[in-house]
Ligand binder design. Sequence first.
Ligand code: ZN
Length: 105
Amino acid sequence: MVQYKQRCVRCKKNMVLMTSRSQFPLCYECEKAELQGEIDDPEMKKMFDIPEEFYKNTPFLRSIKKNYLKFGNLSAKQIEVFKKVVEELRNPKNKEEEKEKKEKV
Ligand SMILES: [Zn+2]
C-alpha cells in the first residue's frame, strides 16, 4: 500500500495521510464537523461510540459514519467491515505480529 501526504483541500494547511487513490484529501480537523450528528438508532449509536482516535486515524471509519449520517442507513457489509476495523484497532496485537512477519521476510 502506497502512502503519501497531501495538503487538505479545505483549509490548505494541514497535511493528510493518503492511503488510497479514492481518498479525498480532507484533514480530520475539517472533517470533524461532518461527523457530528444525532443518531437515533441505539444499535448504531453504540457502534459509532468509539474513541475519537479511531476516527482520527482511520478515514474509513469516518466515511462510514458520514454515510450513515447522510443516508440514515448502512449496508450489512458496511456494518460488518466497520466492526471488524474497530475490533482490530482495539486489539492491535495481531496487526503488530503480522507486521513483524512481513518485515522478517
Ligand atoms: Zn483541513
